[in-house]
Design a protein around this ligand. Structure first.
Ligand code: ATP
Length: 378
């Protein structure tokens, strides 16, 4: 249904995709796995007609070319993108966001039906249709974004890392929802960092490495492929740039037939764990550390000559005596009965200076004759 043939994208001189070919059929989930910067988002953006780079190659939907069409025309043909970061209208309600998705002519007539379909798919959105979208949780906002794309009645739904920032529980819910989308006969092209869960729901997958597709297979086979496990599922070493790190290898979701095609333009090197590469064994290291601590002498305090100690004590006593003699030094009163010194009295503070306001003395003089005569003291 969606066919990408020898797609190349460059941002200026920088190639972001080179000769990428893939296809997505109706009612199929296809996942694209790749390290950061491999070109995954570029691929989706090029297919949606929103790529800023120079795009070369063929994009076809049911055999009809999409190349050269604007993003709105591509939506009209039936390809919808849920971008990374969702891109919902935060100040609008859930319902308003969804209705905006039905702006495409192909979807206007069936707006009510599609809205009902989306609400059935995400019952929470029905409950919250009057809520301002930005006040929804991350997972709920992702549902709004997917729901809005679904409102355009797409044949192909493309999602760019929809599980980003979601809790494990919400991720699980999200991937279940994508299964329901697939059940509606919609083809899903999924770019995901969560390789474990995306391979578990996908039918097929592609590995995109350094701008090129290096491997294609059924999701079941990819999930059990040692190279994929090492690179994307956290088993052994993985490329430094890869975001994915699930704990264990995943079991295959479905029994799978033999691989249809394997494109190996750049063969993946066999992955060896970092420990194995360095020849390290954790048991061995623990034993070595234990031996070292057993033979290492316990450090003791350095010996100090006795005469040095008494000289230091003498200095301290002299300094204390000098301090006591200093004028203003406070002496501890002696308990006359026991002869012991008591707690130090509070230092005698200087009495505070209290300023006294004095009425200014005003003298009034009256002219009398040629002389001034003092009248009174005010
Ligand atoms: P990630 O998993 O980190 O999102 P990605 O595989 O989706 O990575 P892309 O976003 O497609 O990678 O980017 C591929 C390459 O193209 C990167 O080197 C990136 O820096 C570059 N690139 C992407 N968009 C642009 C742009 N608008 N202008 C210039 N370079 C870009």
């Amino acid at each position: 249904m969606l066919e990408v043939r020898q797609l190349s994208v460059a941002y200026g001189q920088h190639p972001a995709l080179q000769d990428v070919s893939l296809n997505v059929n109706a009612g199929e989930i296809v996942v694209i796995l790749g390290a950061n910067g491999a070109g995954k988002s570029t691929l989706l953006r090029a297919a949606a007609g929103v790529c800023e780079g120079h795009v070369d190659g063929d994009l076809l939907l049911d055999g009809a070319p999409l190349g050269g069409l604007g993003p709105d025309q591509i939506v009209e043909r039936g390809v919808a993108l849920v971008p990374e970061g969702r891109g919902i209208f935060g100040d609008l309600t859930v319902r308003e966001n969804l209705i905006l998705g039905a702006y495409a002519r192909r979807a206007r007539r069936d707006e009510a039906t599609n809205l009902d379909r989306v609400m059935k798919l995400f019952p929470k959105l029905r409950e919250r249709q009057g809520q301002i979208a930005r006040t929804m949780s991350g997972g709920e906002q992702q549902m709004v974004a997917i729901g809005r794309a679904m409102m355009s009645a797409p044949q192909i739904l493309m999602l760019d890392e929809p599980s980003l920032g979601l809790s494990p529980l919400l991720c699980k819910e999200l991937f279940q929802n994508l299964r329901s989308v697939k059940a509606l006969g919609i083809g899903v092209l999924l770019v995901e960092q969560n390789a474990k869960q995306s391979l578990a729901i996908a039918d097929r997958g592609y590995l995109l490495e350094n701008t090129r597709i290096t491997h294609e297979d059924t999701a079941a086979r990819l999930a059990t492929d040692p190279a994929v496990q090492a690179a994307y599922l956290g088993a052994g070493s993985k490329p430094a740039t890869t975001k994915t790190a699930a704990a264990k290898p995943v079991p295959p979701p479905d029994p799978a037939p033999a691989p249809k095609t394997v494109v190996a333009e750049t063969a993946s090197p066999p992955r060896v764990s970092a420990d194995a590469r360095a020849g390290l064994d954790i048991e061995d290291m623990v034993q070595k550390a234990a031996k070292q601590s057993a033979v290492r002498p316990v450090p003791t305090a350095p010996e100090v000559p006795a005469d040095h100690l008494s000289a230091v004590l003498r200095d301290i006593e002299q300094a204390a005596a000098a301090a006591r003699k200093r004028p203003g030094a406070v002496r501890k009163p002696r308990d006359t009965q026991s002869g012991r010194t008591g707690p130090a009295p509070r230092a005698v503070e200087k009495p505070p200076v209290i300023e006294i306001y004095r009425r200014p003395r005003v003298q009034v003089f009256r002219r009398s004759g040629g002389d001034f005569e003092r009248d009174n003291d005010a």
